[in-house]
Design a protein around this ligand. Structure first.
Ligand code: BEZ
Length: 219
């Protein structure tokens, strides 16, 4: 299976979407972009997911993040389905484009194939893949969920906050981190550098090994 994974360049494919044809790199521009796929139009879990993405669109926009959906059905089908999504999620318009891939040409290149699911014609369908692409057009984070498991948009928002925090400061976010919590200082930063980089100070956990690698700060 071809792999599109963390660190890879997003292929600059030309895609057909509900907003017309576009090249993926042009859509990403200088922003973070969430590219998220769905097994198919007019399916229950997908309808809830796309609706919730519409509801969260302003939160992603506040963070400078663009959204780009993906499902294999054609553009006309997507446009009909959007009416259902918006009716189910009252008050939230689907303003982001959705890629169409009726010939199943893109899902392999984008590592979005579900190995277990096929549609009524026996063709492979996308999994619930989600790639977060950075302004440098590289994949920063990937989720791969089976068709049976809907994603959690709060978690998507949380990981965007983590990625952006880590890109801005030389830090990483620990387990169950949420915005406002302390972060950890990257192991590549020496204590001397840390004193300069984090004048607000940092706390080092006292560990049995005596090593000083677990350092918390606030940024
Ligand atoms: C769904 O979106 O509900 C779904 C799609 C394909 C297989 C199973 C569930």
């Amino acid at each position: 299976m071809p792999g599109l994974t963390i660190g890879d360049d997003l292929p600059n494919l030309e895609v057909e979407t509900t907003h017309g044809k576009m090249k993926l790199h042009d859509y990403v521009g200088d922003s973070y972009t969430i590219l998220f796929s769905h097994p198919g139009d007019f399916t229950p879990v997908c309808t809830t997911e796309l609706g919730m993405m519409a509801a969260y669109a302003s939160k992603f926009a506040e963070r400078g993040v663009r959204l780009l959906g993906f499902s294999c059905d054609d553009v006309q089908s997507h446009k009909e389905w959007i009416k259902d999504i918006e009716a189910y999620n009252k008050g939230h318009k689907v303003t982001y484009p959705i890629i169409a891939d009726p010939k199943r040409e893109l899902i392999k290149q984008l590592n979005m194939v579900d190995p277990d699911e096929t549609d009524s014609t026996g063709q492979k369908v996308p999994s619930r893949a989600l790639h977060i692409v950075g302004p440098d057009k590289k994949i920063k984070l990937s989720f791969l969920y089976p068709a049976s498991t809907g994603r959690n948009m709060d978690e998507v928002l949380r990981v965007v906050d983590s990625l952006q925090k880590a890109a801005k400061h030389k830090v990483a976010t620990p387990v169950n981190w949420k915005p406002g919590d302390p972060v950890v200082i990257s192991p590549s930063v020496s204590n001397e550098q840390a004193k300069e980089m984090f004048p607000q100070g940092y706390d080092t956990a006292n560990l049995p090994s005596g090593k000083d690698y677990l350092r918390f700060t606030n940024v």
